[in-house]
Design a binder for this molecule. Sequence first.
Ligand code: FAD
Length: 507
Amino acid sequence: MKGKHPASVVIVGGGTAGWMTASVLSRAWGNREDAPVITLVESPQVATVGVGESSIPPLRTLLSIIGVDEKKWMRHANATFKSALKLSGWGGKSSRPYYYHPLFCWGENETSFFDDWLHARRHEGFNEPFDFCFYGSHLAEAGKAPKMGHEAPNAGRMQYAYHLDAALCADYLRGWCSDRGIRHVLDHVTGISLDDKGRVANVHTRQSGDLKGDIYFDCTGFRGLIINQALGEPFESYSDVLFCDSAVAISSFPQTGVGSLGSETTATALSAGWSWDIPLQNRHGTGYVFSSGELEPDEAERELRQHIGVDVEQGDTHLIKMRVGRCRRAWVANCVSVGLSTGFIEPLESTSIFCIQSGIVEYLRCLGQYESEAEQQTAYNKRIGDLFEGIRDFVLAHYHLSGRDDSEFWRACRHHANVPDSLQTILERWDEDGDVDDLLLAHPSTAIVGKTSWLCIFAGLDRLPGRERKGALKGATSKDLMRRIEELRADAALHADHFAYFNGNSG
Ligand SMILES: Cc1cc2nc3c(=O)[nH]c(=O)nc-3n(C[C@H](O)[C@H](O)[C@H](O)COP(=O)(O)OP(=O)(O)OC[C@H]3O[C@@H](n4cnc5c(N)ncnc54)[C@H](O)[C@@H]3O)c2cc1C
């Protein structure tokens, strides 16, 4: 490690971001003789966001490195496995009713059959969807967990993810941290003092005195209590690019049909955004991410209830205003912001928990790579900035390429005036001859999705290249592709049912 690790750490905020930060730092430094003192303060008055129920595969790796037992935490957080994102109604009238963005098996992302698939489709009348060339889509179709009955926790060939109750997951990590000596202060932070160099000197609490550290993690959610309010770092909004800025969530829609849990997050396009449906062990998490420029909250709630078939009396609703964009810099002076305080891109691709994970991991990486704080900060801020820009473009592609034109919202997305150059260049080349490999490799979204994810979105929305890349063909015919699809389908059917897996009698 080039830079020294701090002697004392203060984390403000006890949502997913705060407790993940505490867990990872404790795992990284906890066993050293000179382990830092880590204090986490959270307000009993300010609730956490409390949604955030769908993740992507790297969370599995992180939890396994921390040393959390998969079956135990999944039971605690009512979690289920996720194999794919199902995008329903995004294509418009002439398209398939839904398509998948599957999670991939190890290696599957790198060996795409897209060019062969396109050739077979155009010249051999092959009409199976591109996303069916991947295992995750078949697990979702079959409603199976990405586990065979005998597979141990954290094992398996799929890079699967989880659906989870974010509040319960944070609660699990809280217990894990308290067993490892993290100091937990339940108190409201009333102010932040800066020293004469503009660095954080103290965090003042209502009843527990002042908290002092060498480094402060701002995990206070959309408020950005330290990074924005105390240090004055500007927030750069993406509202001219991504139009959804609000969400209404219904949190207590009970789980039905126990034993037949799906393994996909469903995102259904509605009139001014999309609705999520996330299967947990005890309930469905549902909500509507929408543009407040197009719908009032009560209109959004009515449309959501109609869509999921829950009447007005059932289910507690929760309106959330979303601050979409990112802080210009995530690490300023001696404060690193992690979680919603750094930034947020609407949850269509479930990337926010991953941004938390990247925020902490990149912090440790920069400490290891550079000696001076200035170098560490410059590298960190560039990596986090790129991460957000990459996700922004990927999420925007879903809207901009949609075939829907049945509302002002969808027409505005299709005829978007502010598509960033970083995305526009990819789309132009794609339309021409599909030769976008080099552009995607250089695009900042590589930190989170590979080329095949982009291809699934393009193909799912029927946006196919004008010309074929003959040189890229691998020689798979429509027969070969069909055989592969049938094998995946048959294999998926052998997988475990979610509840059977947890009850230990899967197979
Ligand atoms: C509608 C919606 C859907 C989402 N869906 C997903 C998803 O599917 N997948 C995904 O990965 N992410 C999702 N997210 C994002 C996810 O919820 C967050 O990234 C995650 O919960 C982290 O939040 P946080 O810890 O940064 O902030 P919060 O949960 O807001 O926590 C803030 C913490 O700061 C504390 N605090 C605030 N002020 C003070 C104070 N003065 N003194 C002391 N403490 C204070 C609060 O008490 C709280 O503990 C979604 C977000 C929204 C809005």
